[in-house]
Design a protein around this ligand. Sequence first.
Ligand code: G4P
Length: 291
Amino acid sequence: MNIQWYPGHMTKAKRAMKEDIKLIDLIIELVDSRVPLASRNPDIDELGKNKARLILLNKSDLGDERQNEAWKAYFQGKGFYVVKVDSRSGSGMKAIQAAIQEACKEKTERDRRRGIKNRPVRAMVAGIPNVGKSTFINTFAGKACAKTGNKPGVTKGNQWIRLNKTLELLDTPGILWPKFEDPNVGLCLAFIGSINDEILDKEELAAELIKNMSGRYGKRLEERYGVTLVENTAGDGEDTKKAWEILREIARARSCLLKGSELDTKKAAGFLLDDFRSGKLGRVTLEVPEV
Ligand code: G4P
């Protein structure tokens, strides 16, 4: 399954972000905890090469806690500051302030040597669409955010949300698009629902999800749908066939039937994808960091 999806306004957004980056000290990059690499755009490393960097493992409520920790260590090992957050509930927000001060220590020190006191850190939130940027800004900035609304007489352009004396946030997040050269990236983003399902074959996608989950998370599928997974045979060419068989079993278990009692695997695929995305299959991380 090869997913190609390229919005036309990508170049324009990247140009805007390049300009905005000149104004800031720190990039707060959001990634999705369930697919922390597929939900990154590597261009951000080039764009932000002289900036302090903080990665937020967002939607950590949906990622496997052991893997969240593994990914935190992975990114820390690459020199990033990292905080696990759930922007919807607000969990992890407190730890961010401390991480920001730590990430910007050099800047603060440089300011101090130049006799500049109390200049706030200016930060930009960045990430691919649907990773949770707006939710994060709303939760993190809270009421301060509302104050920046379009007021008559205020020049349009860059607005800053002043969070406190030490931090200002650019109110427009930097939007980057994922890299689709690797077909696995497209798949991962489709699994989490970041690509419009209408352009995808749901059954094929569900079969791919079953393949991906059947190793580490096979038990979850067995428990939820009462199906039996045969031993993980990934790589022997039989795994796709088996994934489709499991999808049919799910259709049977959920009584997804067409007229004439034929199995409705499309409906079953919908169930599976919804269950996965809403966390009903438990907390699942689909990418494992290389050690
Ligand atoms: P964006 O600005 O980066 O495009 O993303 P946005 O904030 O719009 O968030 C995309 C979806 O992800 C929203 O769900 C949002 O609620 C959800 N989300 C954001 N952060 C988290 C998180 O930490 N945990 C979980 N579980 N979900 C998160 P939606 O279904 O599109 O909207 P809604 O039904 O929540 O309004």
